[in-house]
Design a protein around this ligand. Structure first.
Ligand code: AMP
Ligand code: MG
Length: 420
C-alpha cells in the first residue's frame, strides 16, 4: 500500500473497499438469518401454495351449478361435508352438491370455486353453525373464484432468491413456507473495537478530575451491531505503543475481520496509533479532507484491515458512517453500501471550511419538498447534534458558504415516521 496523506472522501473510501473482501458463508437456522446475505441461490422444492385451497370461509361448489343464481332466485345445493383447514377429505362434489369449507382448507375434487359464506343463507340461521343439510346460494361465481391454486406464488424448481439477496422478514417467511430450515449466508463480520486515551474511564466509574467516560466503545459497538456485525470489545488502551499493541494482539487471537480504534490518530505527542501500525502492519493513509474527522488511519495490523477513527465522539461516529459502515457491509456480502440519498432544501445559511462536510441535520417534508435544518452546534464533541439528527447533510468540497434555499444532498440515517 502506498502512503497517502491527503485524500478526498471518495478516494479514501475506494482505497478502503479495495482492501476488503467478502467473508465466507456459514449455515444458519432461519431464526438467525435476518439481515444476512444469501451465499447460494434458493430453489423451491415445492409449489406454494402446495395444494388448491379456499381463500374464504364459504362453500366449495361447481361454478356451473350456480348460473343465474341471485338473492331473489337462490340455488339450493346439498351439503356433503364440512372441511376445516388441515383436513384431507376424500369426497367428490357432484352436480347439485357442495361442501362447507374454511379458509386454507383443501378444495375437494369436483369443486372449482368457492362461494363466501356471506353470499349464502347460513349467516341468517342465527347462532346455529352446525353443518346444514342444504344451503341456499345467492350468487353465481366464475370457475376459480376464491380458490388459491398450487404454485400461484412459487413453482417447484423455481429459483426464488439469488445469491447476494438480503434476507428481510418477508424472505424469511418465504424460506419457512418452502420448508427450508437453514440457509447459507455470509457470516457476520467480527469487528474489534478499541478505544485509546489516558483520560478514559468506564461508564460505571465516578468522574474524577481530567477524566471522561469512554463513550466511543459503546457507540461504535452499537454501530457494528446495527449493521449485523459482531463487536469484539478490546477495552481501552493507554496512550502507549505497548498498551495499544497488547490490546490489538488480543484481537488477533479473537480472529477479528476488521479492527477499529478511536483517538490517538492526530499529531499530538500521545497519538501513537500510527507508530503501532508502522511497526506491525502498514498505514495506507491518515488524512482525509472531511469534516468532522480529518485524521483517519487506514492500514493493516498483522494483516487485519484497520481503521483508526478520530477520538471526538461525533467525528468517530461520522467517520464510522463514512468508512467503517461500507467496509462492514462489504465483508458481510452486501452490495449496496450507501445510505438513501435525497436532495433537501437548506433552510438556513451555513458555512464550511472547504473540506467535504457532513452536517448533522433534521430533514422533514413540507410544501417545498424535503427541507433541512442543522441540529445546532456542529462541534465534533457535541454528541447531541447526532442525537437530534436524522440525516447528514453534505457540503461539497471547495464550498465555504451555502445560502438558505440551496438544495444539498442528505444521507438519511433513518426515516422516522414521526417526521415524514
Ligand atoms: P484524540 O484523538 O486522542 O486527540 O482525542 C480527541 C478528543 O476525543 C479528546 O477530547 C478525547 O478526550 C476525546 N475522546 C477520545 N476517545 C474517546 C472516547 N473513547 N470516548 C469519548 N471521548 C473520547
Ligand atoms: Mg488522545
Amino acid at each position: 500500500m502506498s502512503r497517502l496523506e491527503d485524500l478526498s472522501v471518495s478516494e479514501a473510501l475506494d482505497l478502503v473497499l479495495a482492501q476488503i473482501g467478502v467473508l465466507e458463508a456459514e449455515s444458519v437456522p432461519l431464526s438467525d438469518a435476518l439481515g444476512r446475505i444469501l451465499a447460494d441461490p434458493v430453489v423451491a422444492r415445492d409449489d406454494l401454495p402446495p395444494f388448491a385451497n379456499s381463500s374464504m370461509d364459504g362453500y366449495a361448489v361447481r361454478a356451473a351449478d350456480l348460473a343465474g343464481a341471485s338473492k331473489d332466485s337462490p340455488v339450493e345445493l346439498r351439503v356433503l361435508a364440512d372441511i376445516a383447514a388441515g383436513m384431507d377429505l376424500a369426497i367428490e362434489i357432484q352436480p347439485g352438491t357442495s361442501a362447507r369449507i374454511m379458509t386454507g382448507a383443501p378444495l375437494p375434487s369436483g369443486a372449482d370455486a368457492v362461494v363466501p359464506v356471506e353470499d349464502t343463507d347460513e349467516p341468517w340461521r342465527g347462532q346455529d353453525r352446525s353443518l346444514p343439510q342444504s344451503i341456499s346460494i345467492y350468487r353465481s361465481v366464475e370457475s376459480g373464484a376464491f380458490v388459491r391454486y398450487p404454485g400461484e406464488d412459487i413453482r417447484a424448481g423455481m429459483t426464488v432468491l439469488q445469491a447476494g439477496h438480503l434476507l428481510r422478514p418477508q424472505e424469511i417467511g418465504v424460506l419457512a413456507s418452502l420448508g427450508i430450515p437453514r440457509v447459507h449466508v455470509i457470516r457476520r463480520p467480527r469487528v474489534g473495537v478499541l478505544s485509546t486515551g489516558d483520560e478514559l474511564i468506564d461508564v460505571e466509574a465516578p468522574l474524577s478530575p481530567g477524566k471522561i467516560r469512554n463513550s466511543n466503545s459503546y457507540a461504535q459497538a452499537a454501530q457494528v451491531l446495527a449493521l449485523g456485525g459482531v463487536p469484539v470489545m478490546l477495552g481501552v488502551a493507554r496512550d502507549t505503543e505497548a498498551d495499544i499493541r497488547a490490546k490489538l494482539d488480543k484481537a488477533v487471537v479473537e480472529q477479528v475481520d476488521l479492527l477499529i480504534s478511536s483517538a490517538g490518530v492526530s499529531v499530538g505527542a500521545y497519538d501513537k496509533v500510527k507508530e503501532v501500525l508502522n511497526g506491525s502492519g502498514n498505514v495506507a493513509f491518515w488524512r482525509v479532507r472531511m469534516r468532522p474527522g480529518k485524521p483517519l488511519a487506514f492500514g493493516t495490523y498483522r494483516d487485519i484491515p484497520y481503521l483508526g477513527l478520530p477520538g471526538n465522539p461525533v467525528s468517530a461516529m461520522v467517520s464510522f458512517e463514512t468508512f467503517v459502515r461500507p467496509a462492514i457491509l462489504k465483508l458481510g456480502g452486501h452490495s449496496n453500501f450507501e445510505r438513501p440519498r435525497i436532495q433537501a432544501i437548506l433552510l438556513e445559511d451555513v458555512r464550511s471550511d472547504g473540506r467535504e462536510s457532513y452536517l448533522r441535520a433534521v430533514v422533514t417534508r413540507d410544501a417545498r419538498g424535503y427541507v433541512a435544518l442543522t441540529t445546532g452546534s456542529q462541534g465534533s464533541h457535541i454528541l447531541m447534534s447526532l442525537v437530534k439528527a436524522n440525516a447528514l447533510l453534505v457540503v461539497p468540497e471547495g464550498v465555504t458558504e451555502v445560502a438558505a434555499g440551496t438544495p444539498l444532498t442528505a444521507l438519511m440515517l433513518d426515516w422516522s415516521g414521526e417526521i415524514f
